[in-house]
Design a protein around this ligand. Structure first.
Ligand code: MTE
Length: 367
């Protein structure tokens, strides 16, 4: 059964960020639960949502495997399943805070969400297909059924499909072939009938409408791996190397107040938000209410949980007005790493993890 086109993702309070495709942002000020409802979960598409049916869908598993195979949906669903919770963030989330404003979908704060995903571990499917004695550098390419022509950041070589790879070690560790989101069949926009979920990685790795899995011995050179969703890495004094974006980077984001919110002066205000660290764990969140001059600890609402954001709060004694203070939040992980103070241009318009300035209007409350 295909879920109805009236499914909630399209009709809810998501903010459209694109006139031609369903690229929809969660209004981050509405963050009020650890798990985001499916209707409130952001949507990021590069091509139109493909009209797949459960009956016709199949997954081919090939490349350098011992026994290439093809699985139908019922066959996949007959394998032992598990449910995991993971925070997913689009690598371009926060792009509107960059100056000058770069190309790309103009995400503010809400291209991020947390969901419970149910499905079959990719490792189970790869075990069925059989892996030869493999080198650690092998990769698994995940390909979606959606296709089209890309014009930005550069023109694609004609029509291409959406595909990304993950290292084989990650594929065998915790990548899920999910067919349910928050206990319901995936909606069309979120990848019906099956999508990959790559816990702790930026969302681009979690390929939707998954129809092919290929084990490859060489680094995958696909468009969304090398042209888009890549950045320049400088390491050990070597010339910069183009690398595909991978794990989520440490980040704290403010949900309330929202940018430009009018805040009444002279009364306490609960500043809230969430922080995430990809494959690491968030240990501390600090808040500044004076543009970064001073910082104070926020309190966690949620306990730590791998791959899942932690919500936090901070009680702000709002000063007299009218003033226009800038609020910032910054996270520290359990390894003692702190968010960078400014955006690294080598990341282009991706991995925007410096503390994002939330400027608000503190005003006399009306009588
Ligand atoms: N998979 C396919 N097949 N096509 C896509 O355009 N977009 C990726 C990823 N998987 C994409 C895809 C990106 S960039 C993100 S951030 C996530 O899907 C978003 O998942 P969502 O739309 O379910 O929130």
């Amino acid at each position: 059964m295909i879920p109805s086109p009236e499914e909630p993702g399209r009709a809810s309070g998501l903010i459209p960020r694109d006139s031609s495709l369903p690229n929809l942002e969660f209004p981050f000020r509405d963050l009020n639960s650890r798990v985001t409802t499916t209707a409130s979960f952001y949507v990021r598409n590069h091509f139109p949502t493909p009209p797949l049916t459960a009956e016709d869908w199949s997954l081919t598993v090939g490349g350098a495997v011992l026994h290439p195979l093809r699985l139908g949906l019922e066959e996949l669903q007959s394998l032992p399943a598990l449910t995991l919770t993971a925070t997913m963030e689009c690598a371009g989330n926060g792009r509107t805070f960059l100056s000058p404003r770069p190309r790309g979908v103009p995400w503010e704060l809400g291209a991020v969400g947390t969901a419970c995903w149910t499905g079959v571990p990719l490792s189970a499917v790869l075990e069925r297909a059989g892996l030869p004695e493999v080198a650690a550098t092998w990769e698994v390419v995940l390909e979606g059924a959606d296709r089209g022509v890309m014009t930005e950041p550069v023109a694609s070589p004609g029509e291409i499909s959406y595909a990304r790879s993950v290292p084989l070690a990650k594929a065998l560790d915790d990548v899920l072939l999910a067919y349910e989101m928050n206990g319901e069949v995936l909606t069309p926009d979120h990848g019906f009938p099956v999508r990959a979920v790559v816990p702790g990685w930026y969302g681009m790795a979690s390929v939707k409408w998954l129809t092919a899995v290929q084990v490859v011995p060489e680094p995958f050179q696909g468009y969304f791996q090398t042209v888009d969703y890549a950045y320049w890495e400088t390491r050990d004094g070597l010339p910069p190397q183009l690398r595909p974006i991978g794990p989520l980077q440490l980040k704290a984001a403010i949900a309330r107040p929202a940018p430009r919110e009018v805040v009444p002066c002279g009364v306490p205000y609960e500043v809230t938000g969430a922080a995430w660290a990809g494959e690491a764990e968030v240990a501390r969140v600090e808040v500044s209410v004076d543009g970064g001059c001073t910082w104070a600890d926020a309190e966690f609402i949620d306990p730590p949980k791998p791959h899942v954001w932690r919500r936090w709060r901070f009680l702000w004694q709002v000063p007299g007005g009218p003033v226009r203070p800038t609020l910032l939040a910054r996270a520290t992980d359990t390894h003692g790493r702190v968010q960078p103070t400014c955006h690294d241009p080598a990341r282009g318009s991706y991995m925007i993890t410096h503390p994002l300035p939330i400027e608000v209007d503190v005003q006399e409350s009306s009588p």
